[in-house]
Ligand binder design. Sequence first.
Ligand code: MG
Length: 203
Amino acid sequence: MKIICVGRNYADHAKELKNDLTTEPVLFMKPKTAILLPHKPLYYPEFTDDLHYECELVVKISSNGKYIQEKFAHKYYDAISLGIDFTARDLQREQQKKGLPWEIAKAFDGSAAVGTFVPLTEDIDVDNLSFRLDKNGEAVQNGNTSDMIFKVNNIIAYCSKFFTLNIGDLIFTGTPAGVGPVAVDDKLEGYLSGEKVLSVAVK
Ligand code: MG
């Protein structure tokens, strides 16, 4: 399986990192070894001094597909959750400054924390879902998928032009404003439509 991530998908977050908006989704990938399963702790990596959380809606692919049309994209995923796109912000900035790839800053072991998946039902509108991340019991990110620049179906169509999507692949759909640092002993909890689906302790 693979993990495809979208960057700069919320205008308020692009602004806080002083990034320009793009006319097509910004994609990057994380390997399978990046997955941090529900309720597993993240051990603060020794190679960074500025580890950030980025809470994102995560979509689970349920059918194999290539060149998926946007109007059929909804048939290719069947579950959603929240995830944290952990980012070594200091390394990312250094890499960006040099025009180099971001993998060491974004694709390291444990960098793709995922919560418990919720099966999609007809009453769930993926384009209008509120979500929130709490750090040590205080809300630090509040988002709604209606603010995504590229919506889920659009992202799936775009990704599938370049990469065959396979059952079990995950798509991290981008983070809203409010990203920030974590420290050892922090506890992160994610709520999707008010339901807690994600919990990560930093050790
Ligand atoms: Mg992200």
